[in-house]
Design a protein around this ligand. Sequence first.
Ligand SMILES: Nc1ncnc2c1ncn2[C@@H]1O[C@H](COP(=O)(O)OP(=O)(O)O)[C@@H](O)[C@H]1O
Ligand SMILES: [Mg+2]
Length: 264
Amino acid sequence: MSDAEMIKVDGLKKFFGNVKAVNDISFSVKNGEVFGLLGPNGAGKTTTIKLLLGLLEPDEGEMKVLGLDSFKNEIEIKKRVGYVSEEPLIFKSLTPRNLFNFVASIRNLDEIKASERAREYLESLEALDYYDSLIATLSHGNKQKMQIISAILHDPDLLIMDEPLSGLDAKSVRVVKEILDLHTRNGGSVLFSTHIMEVAQELCDRIGIINKGKIVGIGTIDELRNQADKIGANLEEVFLRLTEQDTSVNDIIKKLQATYRRYK
Ligand SMILES: Nc1ncnc2c1ncn2[C@@H]1O[C@H](COP(=O)(O)OP(=O)(O)O)[C@@H](O)[C@H]1O
Ligand SMILES: [Mg+2]
């Protein structure tokens, strides 16, 4: 693998009983790139991310994160990666201040600098009022902000974020986008998952469309349009074609229109 690849996944599989959550997935994320895993609920995004972080053991396949083996080098990877999980924060009995101090201490950061920095992020995300509130009492969006701040405090080389914008209001989404932009402009890379097409279209350099545990399209928007044979189409049309949902969506729409006419 070349140094330019921050993530390299080859033939990855993970089954839960007879559920083929990840079924032969391959992709790579290059240095300085924002790569999006875009797919419907249940497509296998979270499972892929957990495998990459060594939180689940693969059934088959090769994975390298920052050139390191996910399973053997979990600790080294954790040092250089910032992770935002799909579930709300688990440290519910802490306050954000406690949480950031904890992150600073396990990551050997200068505590004063880290807390100044956390404050600035809190301010820009309009969440400074919650600095000393119990995490358990925060809204989903505010918990998400705290997770994002904890993930970036140590300036990771790679950010891995599972549905990072879920629950955030429009203004915070704008701020998080800026945070990601600053991160890549300063040499970082990002892998994130989303089920929202506009998010993928706006943020990603390249997108991997994932459906039923498989990558069904990969590349820039233009490359995806080519793969779907939909030149000039928007990402939604491309996505529906690649996930083979376009005809079923058309059928559903026709039925809905007929129902509407019948009862009007
Ligand atoms: N621990 C688990 N045990 C059994 N099935 C699971 C488990 N985790 C995920 N799955 C199943 O694997 C599939 C992919 O799930 P997931 O990776 O969470 O999808 P996504 O994040 O794209 O919504 C789904 O069918 C889900 O129900
Ligand atoms: Mg998920």
